[in-house]
Design a protein around this ligand. Structure first.
Ligand SMILES: O=c1ccn([C@@H]2O[C@H](COP(=O)(O)OP(=O)(O)O[C@H]3O[C@H](CO)[C@@H](O)[C@H](O)[C@H]3O)[C@@H](O)[C@H]2O)c(=O)[nH]1
Ligand SMILES: [Mn+2]
Length: 733
């Protein structure tokens, strides 16, 4: 069989190759089989609707759920249509140091207490130390928390970098986040390393001390040039209301290490102006400010965006991206190169399914065979031009200094450059401009990453997925269930904002990008809709079982087998996707469990909050995911893979479902033994749910630790179960 293997070479040297996954053809064949199964199922539903031998409400709800499942299956199938794997050969990238393009790195942080400044420091250091000409790198840190603590930490980072960079480059260190390097046990320590370690610990304790004490004491400021800056933090300065602060902490033109051998990259602290009366558009707003500030100062053609918790783990990551971004054959239409988010410190079987294998790996290679992966917010190299209109229609910004192809020649410390930088970071700057609508990161959704990437694809830009063997970017995962479900609730709301906008992928997306890309994007957009089938299948058949009503075909009925085949097929397919992309079985099991947990919590509550927001009954913003884990008990539970619940109404529906399923199973088994007749499918479903719910029963009854399910939730779930059973009496009997 013909295998389409594509190879891209410049001057006879291969920069990257792309080949289709081997599973493509079997997947396509199976897709046809599964489609036939679904058609049959729909026929069956319509038939039961017409002949009405089960209560109407049951058939309707099941039909509706199956329509959602079918739609979601179709979206997944689009992304299984042509998955590809790419490889880059950074060693073949032959540019001389002076010919490397300039690179602007954006790092976002927003709260020194949820995102410890020492973490921001490590992220910044990891990119400053890239194997890349240092005079070409400019690191911009956006601080939406407007915190002097973060600024102080970055000053310390600048000082430490003068030792850290030479050390990494002389010793070819691979872990360029000092925290990771110094806590790893896998290498022997030279004297030099020991000395540096002390220096790092010293810096870390200073930073942590300052954060703890909540303010920067003058005694801590060692460099005279920075002494006056902290005076900006007056009484009136709050995180929601303050002037712009832009501070050049390191300048590649003047700063070198102590031995005067290495040039230091630019490091710039930016905290945009905030005022309670101007909307600031969360992260998208922060990134747009950085786009303009960096545009005024360095205007590099290539931009890397990072969240403060994603340090760079691979010193040649930028060269991997350059293999695509500088390839003359594809570069004009190439908008961005996306790396997957990878995580460290994940428990053995990833209990909360936080590595998001489907999101970051499986779907990405699926998209990559079409127009390219969606943007996931961090670890992404952009072509600056992408933010200014489609590949062939440039939209000019309001001032010449921001034109994407302008070459910035002036010093970043020049008075007029700094003045303009302050101006473009002001909170009224965007009024009556195209920022957020046609230029820059797009506003209007809490998932600005998904939304912006989507709009760029609609404009005709392509992207490439780059996943080197040594992970390029690593971050932390949330370590308690409440953090996980809250994060995903925010995502669900953001995605619903896209669905109910004029840019809904099912219409606008399909029109602009074609069927496969458009429907593929729906996989995320319609995420919250999963809650419907999850809830219906989690309650309805079980309640019916309690009243002896059978909603599925009996085991003697040929339709019975259709259910079995569709269920097994869908789950086996999912498992296969997972394992072929390097997952383990335990991880898959937890992933599918988290899927149903999300359905009962994040997605359901996302729907509710989105509705309230639309009706103007509530305003909810961007709730940061906490990145501190100083709760030792909690960390221990995470390592041991014990669920950590805690008090939240989001756990109520799933606790109720756990109780209902257990009751149904017991009742059904009793029926089977007592009367020798059983409703097999219902029983199978309930047992599957009960096995999935084991940690919930444990957390309700057997545990005493802080992470158990609070009594109040168990009690309410009991009441809710009772209510459902009573309701069932009226609707199902
Ligand atoms: O007003 C804000 C809010 C957030 N952030 C930054 O946004 C990033 C992501 O926030 P986080 O709380 O870590 O959210 P996650 O859910 O972990 O992030 C995922 O989802 C976000 C969209 O909801 C994307 O922006 C992220 O890249 C993606 O990793 C962090 O660096 C924050 O500092 C800001 O700069 N300003
Ligand atoms: Mn994050």
């Amino acid at each position: 069989m013909e295998r389409r293997h594509r190879e891209h070479a410049v001057d006879g040297r291969t920069l990257h190759t792309c080949h289709p996954c081997r599973r493509t053809v079997p997947y396509r064949i199976y897709a046809v089989v599964h489609t036939c199964g679904i058609v049959a199922l729909m026929y069956h539903h319509v038939h039961s609707l017409l002949t009405a031998n089960t209560p109407l409400i049951i058939t309707c709800l099941l039909l509706l759920s199956d329509i959602v499942l079918t739609f979601m299956w179709a979206t997944a199938t689009c992304l299984r249509f042509n998955p590809v794997h790419r490889t880059e050969y950074p060693e073949n990238y032959a540019a001389q140091p002076e010919d490397f393009p300039k690179l602007d790195v954006f790092i976002c942080t927003a709260d020194p207490y949820k995102e410890p400044p020492i973490m921001v420091v490590n992220t910044a250091l990891s990119v400053m130390a890239y194997d890349y000409p240092s005079d070409k790198i400019s690191v911009y840190v956006s601080d939406d928390g407007g915190s002097s603590l973060t600024l102080f930490a970055l000053m310390e980072a600048a000082k430490f970098s003068k030792h850290w960079l030479p050390f990494c480059k002389n010793n070819n260190v691979q872990d360029r986040s000092p925290e990771v390097y110094f806590s790893s046990k896998s290498h022997s320590w030279s004297d030099e390393a020991e000395k540096l370690k002390l220096m790092y610990e010293d810096m870390k304790s200073r930073v942590e001390h300052v954060v703890e004490s909540g303010k920067v004491e003058t005694a801590f400021i060692t460099a005279d040039q920075f002494r006056g800056i902290f005076d900006l933090w007056t009484e009136k300065f709050t995180r929601h209301d303050h002037p712009t602060v832009i501070q050049v902490l390191q300048n590649s033109v003047t700063d070198m290490d102590d031995t005067k051998t290495y040039i230091m990259p630019n490091l710039i602290y930016v905290s945009r102006e905030k005022s309670k009366v101007s909307p600031h558009h969360f992260k998208a707003g922060a990134l747009n400010t950085l786009l303009r500030v960096s545009g005024v100062m360095t205007n590099s053609p290539i931009i890397l965006t990072l969240d403060c918790d994603m340090y760079s783990n691979n010193p040649v990551a930028p060269t991997h991206a350059l293999c695509y971004l500088t390839d003359p054959e594809i570069k004009t239409g190439l908008g961005f190169v996306q790396f997957p988010q990878k995580f460290q410190g994940v428990s053995k079987n990833d209990i909360y399914a936080c590595v998001y294998k489907r999101l970051f790996d499986i779907n990405s290679i699926g998209f990559d065979g079409l127009m390219g992966p969606n943007h996931v917010g961090t670890g992404c190299f952009f072509n600056r031009r992408v933010f200014y209109g489609g590949p062939s229609n440039l939209i000019l910004p309001e001032i010449d200094e921001l034109k994407p192809d302008r070459i910035a020649k002036k010093s970043i410390k020049a008075q007029d450059v700094l003045a303009l930088a302050h101006n473009v970071a002001g909170c009224v700057y965007e009024h009556n401009t195209n920022w957020g609508t046609k230029i820059g990161f797009r506003y209007g959704s809490l998932v600005e990453d998904y939304y912006t990437g989507y709009r760029l694809h609609c404009k005709g830009w392509r992207s490439a997925f780059c996943s080197p063997k040594r992970a390029a970017f690593c971050g932390d995962v949330p370590k308690s269930l409440i953090d996980v479900v809250s994060q995903q609730k925010r995502w669900a709301i953001g995605l619903l904002e896209v669905v109910f906008s004029r840019y809904c992928p099912i219409i606008y997306g399909v029109k602009s990008m074609g069927l496969l890309m458009g429907v593929g994007y729906c996989q995320y957009a319609f995420w919250a809709f999963w809650s419907l089938p999850v809830i219906v299948y989690g309650f309805l058949p079980q309640l019916a079982l309690l009243y002896g009503v059978s909603v599925f075909p009996k085991s003697s009925d040929p339709w019975f087998w259709l259910y079995i085949v569709l269920f097994l097929g869908a789950y086996a397919h999912d498992l296969l996707d997972f394992v072929l992309e390097g997952g383990n079985y335990g991880g898959w099991w937890n992933d599918q469990r988290m899927w149903s947990i999300r359905g009962f919590s994040s997605f359901l509550f996302g729907f509710i909050e989105f509705t309230l927001k639309t009706l103007n009954l509530s305003t909810n913003g961007f709730n940061l995911t906490s990145k501190t884990n100083d709760d030792e008990e909690q960390s221990k539970r995470y390592e041991q893979e014990i669920f950590d619940f805690g008090p939240s109404p989001m756990f109520l529906p799933m606790t109720t479902a756990a109780i209902v399923n257990l009751l149904a199973l017991v009742w059904g088994l009793y029926g089977l033994l007592a009367w020798g007749q059983g409703v097999v499918l219902e029983l199978m479903l309930a047992s599957f749910a009960v096995v999935n719910c084991l940690p919930i029963y444990e957390a309700m009854m057997l545990r005493k630790d802080e992470g158990k399910l609070p009594k109040r939730i168990c009690f309410l779930a009991g009441i809710l179960t009772f209510v459902l059973i009573v309701l069932g009496f009226f609707f199902l009997k």
